[in-house]
Design a protein around this ligand. Sequence first.
Ligand code: URA
Length: 278
Amino acid sequence: MGAVTMGSELPDKRLELLARIADEVRGCRACPLHEGTRNAVPGEGNPHAEVMLIGEAPGQNEDAQGRPFVGASGQFLTQMLVAAGYPRSEVFIANVAKHRPPGNRDPMPDEIAACSDFLQRQVDAINPLVIVTLGRHSMARYFPGEKISHIHGQPRIVRGRVVLPLYHPAAALHQGALRKVLEADFSTLPSVVERARRRRDTVGEAPVAATPVLGDGPQNAAGVPGSTRVAREVGPLPDAPVQASFGLIGITSPDPAPAMPKSEGTPRITPPRQLPLL
Ligand code: URA
């Protein structure tokens, strides 16, 4: 495809890269999930989003339109985003599985693994300040072995990036009691973003994958012009008052599971330790 421009005459490298990834997703035959589907659902949104949301897998409506979260749970998600001050046009939305599983079943681990690299390249291209995981399957990418009922609504720093695990909107639609919980968690998004901004200003950007992009050299690996300072896998808190007000939480270090994206830092096996909450 030709150079894509956004407003100015300069090609938007993120947009171009995301379009390329989306084309690859549409042609992907790495697992059987594409069989019987109408459309792949690579993801959509603002290539420069501060907030990236990651859901599970497309359903019937998403399969019909080739767009994420356009059914009932998507409407609910859109409402919560707007209420939090983030219209859909400002965020990027993707899923851990890019084709609809038959009968809307959960995506299987090997299907999620087959899509993992696409998702990682999207994360690297967008380089969002905050990732919001929606539901168990995307939570497991960043918090393997954790229970969503224990960690929902608690932002943590994972491989240098702030990740906010939330319940899936569909779960909240089906279980009335979860609706208020999800809405309350969602309403913290602006303050999570603000704290993530402060942290980035202090410790730098999250690490970006060494993915060769568009053949145009040195910028940074994802073709994303950005800070030359890169946050460590687990960044220090920006200042004492923030640490004092948000405290510490004990979690296990990122797990080098097979489906773990290759590029978000080199997986290391370390014992559980206290990691600073944002
Ligand atoms: N549920 C998801 O997890 N993703 C979608 O795109 C739609 C519904």
